[in-house]
Ligand binder design. Structure first.
Ligand SMILES: Nc1ncnc2c1ncn2[C@@H]1O[C@H](COP(=O)(O)OP(=O)(O)OP(=O)(O)O)[C@@H](O)[C@H]1O
Ligand SMILES: [Mg+2]
Length: 355
């Protein structure tokens, strides 16, 4: 168990600034997820923490102790990689025990820790197998076990579930989180998958082009995205966006329809804005009532089982709305919809920052 502080940590590869100076505090026992699109600097940040990459500037503190210049093996961290990185010529048991043998731990102690870890991960029946005789999920469990068995102060994960199918990914998400809760090991987990970030994280760090966009609890980031990028990256489907021009009482959309401001929010008239609304906040509703009503044809319907998404148009802009299953069909004409302006997000038209 340990806390981790990254202080103005940055990385430059030649002319590429992979990570801008970034400061992050990870609390003792916390599960922090770094999420962002490909190339945004997630792995580079994680590899600097692990010591596999030298920082261009900044410091890394583990429980207040400066580890920036320590070799990876002296940092008391264990990393799990996407490609498992198991030793192919060793059995599962030998893979699990390898790091402990290298540390010079007595044989009986290695054996007992390997046994405990194998039991925790239900690998007991597989201990004599080679990695090539395991399924992808089993290999990933061995890779996890190899990190667990070391009882490190910090777990680092770099997209450990990307090679697994959707069902197994869901199972492993739960498994990793419940193991982490039991061991209370501080963890930094990298993924490009916003669902993994939302479902696993205590807190999420959203990265883009090497820059932190927002840090917060999953629902905070979902409900109060700091900018247009976060609003469309976190959540599925992405938040609907509409371009508008600020007027006194609301934002004028392209066809001169005016969407009223949410309470207490207003923007100087004549300023360009981007309005955001989540799919679940637009409802098919033909009855008169409060809120903002509009009518649209239904362009397209996607059934996801429990959820149905319909593509409609407001002021010429496409919007995805979440509707009860069976309620709408593609090609339905002139359907009434209603949205509550309190659920509108307002972003500045120039830089996309939340207003
Ligand atoms: N050794 C290197 N030399 C030069 N540039 C590098 C090196 N490693 C990474 N980069 C660059 O740094 C940026 C960040 O890369 P990084 O691997 O951290 O991204 P990532 O967020 O992990 O992406 P992905 O989701 O694809 O794994 C990219 O532009 C990448 O090309
Ligand atoms: Mg990466």
């Amino acid at each position: 168990m340990a806390s981790l502080s990254l202080v103005e940590l940055s990385k430059r590869f030649g002319s590429v600034q992979a990570v801008q100076p970034s400061s992050i505090e990870v609390q003792d026992g916390e599960f922090l997820v770094l999420v962002g699109p490909s190339g945004c600097g997630k792995s580079t940040l994680l590899r600097m923490i692990a010591g596999l990459e030298t920082a261009s500037s900044g410091r890394i503190l583990l429980d207040g102790r400066d580890v920036t210049d320590l070799a990876p093996r002296d940092r008391d961290m264990a990393m799990v990689f996407q490609d498992y990185a198991l030793y192919p010529h060793m059995s599962v048991a030998e893979n699990l025990g390898f790091a402990l043998r290298m540390q010079g731990l007595p044989r009986e102690q290695v054996a007992s820790r390997v046994r405990d870890t194998a039991e925790l991960l239900e690998l007991g029946a597989l201990l004599e197998r080679r990695p090539r005789a395991l399924s992808g999920g089993q290999r990933q469990r061995v890779a996890l076990g190899r990190a667990l068995v070391r009882q490190p102060s910090l777990f680092l994960f770099d997209e450990p579930l990307s090679n697994l199918d959707a069902k197994l990914r869901g199972d492993m998400r739960l498994e990793i989180r419940s193991l982490q809760r039991r061991t209370r090991t501080t963890s930094v987990y990298v993924t490009h998958d916003q669902v993994e970030a939302m479902t696993m994280a205590d807190r999420i760090v959203v990265l883009r082009d090497g820059r932190i966009q927002q840090i917060g609890r999953p629902m905070e980031v979902y409900q109060r995205p700091a900018n247009v990028f976060v609003a469309t990256f976190i959540g599925s489907p992405p938040m609907n966006l509409l371009p508008g021009m600020a007027e006194e009482h609301g934002a004028a959309l392209p066809s001169r329809v005016v969407l009223p401001w949410p309470r207490g929010r207003s923007v100087r008239a004549g300023t360009a804005v981007t309005l955001g609304i989540r799919a679940e906040h637009v409802l098919p509703d033909d009855h008169p009532g409060p809120g903002f009503a509009f009518r649209s044809d239904v362009q397209h319907v996607e059934d996801h089982g429990a959820d149905t998404m319909a593509v409609v148009a407001l002021a010429g802009c496409r919007m995805t709305v979440r509707v009860p299953p069976g309620r709408l069909r593609a090609g339905d004409r002139d359907v009434g919809f209603r949205l509550d302006p309190e659920h509108l997000h307002v972003f500045a038209g120039n830089d996309g920052a939340a207003v």
